[in-house]
Design a protein around this ligand. Structure first.
Ligand SMILES: Cc1ncc(COP(=O)(O)O)c(C=O)c1O
Length: 366
């Protein structure tokens, strides 16, 4: 048996709708973008959503929409996109540490990173668990620091009734391993009309469609990008989004099985922790094991055809080109990056596949 880290759930309906969209000969952004964005607003209670070609692009748009350059605090325990978006917009990332249990950015560490140059924080909701937004928002309001949410890993997760991506400017990913996919793709969410109007122009060559002149005369008002999502990919996203509750329910069921079975092993394994009132979207299922056995265990799983991984090793402050941005000690990130293991999880994972992973995993400890 071969178990991938993730197998996307693409049904015949998605395939048919892509074919229909292609046959319509409308190949760039179009009616399905609007449907996808409207459904996104409705499901996650945000005022505006803008579909685009990746979460990395959404992060760049969010950073540019701040309108100022400076220092932006992020966890080191994340994917490189979070830092790259900042640097590519002419600002500087500053790395904060994370909490061991939640693996999310730690407010005490954020406090150590704040300087007069701090303009924003990008929180990263790790693996599908929301950050402690209530405390972070309270702190940022006092310090006049803007909040961007790297929500790449957390579609459909919430604190109480409030979904991630609706606390600040939300940036989602639809890469194949994510909670829904459009192959490549991303979404920016905001409740701010100015941010919405700015990003709409930014992703489409800086053209201001509201300036009406002759039909051929397009007025560019800023140096924009082409970050648009094409219509046929938005069609996939629209159908995938209709199934998000079902997908996340199954991810939670699988996580539940992993939690109870792995806790029976005679080794200190930390399974995911969920604070009271939070939901988890389990884009990834991660555990920690002793750093003495982590690498050996990953190699063992690979040998047994289980595509496990380690998110995130190396952490950002250990990447050569990012080292110069590091200002403080990050002991928890250093520890986690050597202990973390990501196990396969995806909605179509069968019971047989889940138990193959568990059985193989348990054998390692015998
Ligand atoms: C935390 C985080 N941020 C950003 C990204 C980038 O997403 P995309 O591949 O859609 O640009 C990812 C994807 O792996 C991610 O996990």
């Amino acid at each position: 048996m071969k178990i991938p880290l993730c197998r996307p759930s693409i049904s015949n309906n998605e395939i048919k709708l892509v074919a229909k969209s292609l046959k319509s000969s409308w190949l760039t952004h179009g009616p399905f973008n609007i449907k996808f964005e409207q459904l996104f607003n409705k499901k996650f209670k945000t005022r505006y959503s803008i579909a685009m070609n990746s979460c990395t692009s959404a992060l760049e748009c969010a950073v540019k929409s701040l309108g100022v350059k400076g220092e932006i605090i992020i966890p080191s325990f994340t994917w490189v996109s979070t830092a790259n978006a900042i640097i590519n917009c002419g600002s500087k990332p500053v790395f904060a540490d994370v909490d061991y249990k939640t693996r999310n950015i730690d407010l005490n560490s954020i406090k150590k990173c704040v300087t007069k140059k701090t303009v924003a924080i990008i929180v990263v909701h790790f693996a599908g668990l929301p950050c402690d937004m209530n405390k972070i928002i309270k702190f940022c309001k006092k310090k006049n620091i803007k909040i961007i949410e790297d929500s790449a890993e957390t579609l459909g997760a919430k604190i109480g009734n409030k979904f991630t991506g609706s606390f600040g400017i939300g940036c989602f990913s639809f890469f194949p391993t994510k909670n829904i996919t459009t192959t490549e793709g991303g979404m920016l969410t905001t409740n701010n009309k100015n941010v919405y109007n700015y990003v709409k122009k930014l992703i489409a060559h800086g053209i201001d469609k509201k300036i009406k002149t002759n039909f051929w005369y397009r007025v560019a008002v800023l140096p924009g990008h082409n970050f648009r999502m094409p219509n046929h990919l938005a069609a996939i996203g629209y159908l995938q989004l209709k199934k998000i509750e079902k997908f996340n329910k199954r991810r939670n069921q699988i996580a539940g099985i992993y939690n109870s079975e792995l806790s029976k092993i005679n080794h200190k394994i930390y399974t995911p922790f969920i604070p009271k009132g939070y939901t988890h979207s389990y884009q990834m299922y991660t555990i920690t094991v002793s750093k003495k056995i982590r690498n050996k265990l990953l190699n063992y799983l690979k040998k047994h055809n289980i595509e496990a991984s380690a998110h995130f090793d190396p952490p950002l402050h250990s990447q050569k080109y990012l080292k110069k941005y590091n200002k403080i000690n990050l002991p928890v990130t250093n520890k986690l990056s050597k202990e973390i293991i990501t196990l396969p999880i995806f909605p179509d994972m069968t019971k047989k596949e889940v138990f193959y992973v568990i059985k193989t995993f348990k054998k390692f400890f015998r």
